[in-house]
Design a protein. Structure first.
Length: 111
């Protein structure tokens, strides 16, 4: 399983559209086995879902705030979207997701 967490300066980027990088983590047997940071490609309509799914092979995206349309596109590409993540380091967010303790709150943008 592969996770992507929206990031900026190796911390959670609260707004999907503002992220400058993604923390990409591979998980096996409920444990994180790799953690790498990749610069986000240009935020042009439709390119991030394509990049995340087909180039990065991501299964799950963890984000803070994210628009409804991008959530829908990611879901259509077969990517599970977890929104409303609170400020934390990406590795901790994924670990919390894996052990069922990830805290989320309001997450949708209205644009």
């Amino acid at each position: 399983m592969r996770f992507a967490v929206t990031a900026k300066y190796k911390k959670l980027c609260a707004q999907f559209d503002d992220c400058t990088e993604f923390a990409i983590m591979d998980v096996s047997n409920n444990a994180i086995i790799t953690e790498n940071y990749w610069s986000s490609p240009p935020h042009e309509f439709g390119n991030l879902p394509e990049w995340l799914r087909f180039e990065m092979k991501v299964d799950i995206v963890i984000a803070g705030s994210i628009g409804h349309k991008i959530q829908q596109i990611l879901t259509e590409k077969g990517i599970q979207v977890v929104t409303g993540a609170q400020d934390d380091c990406p590795k901790t967010l994924v670990a919390n997701y894996l052990n069922g303790t990830l805290v989320t709150g309001a997450a949708a943008c209205d644009h």
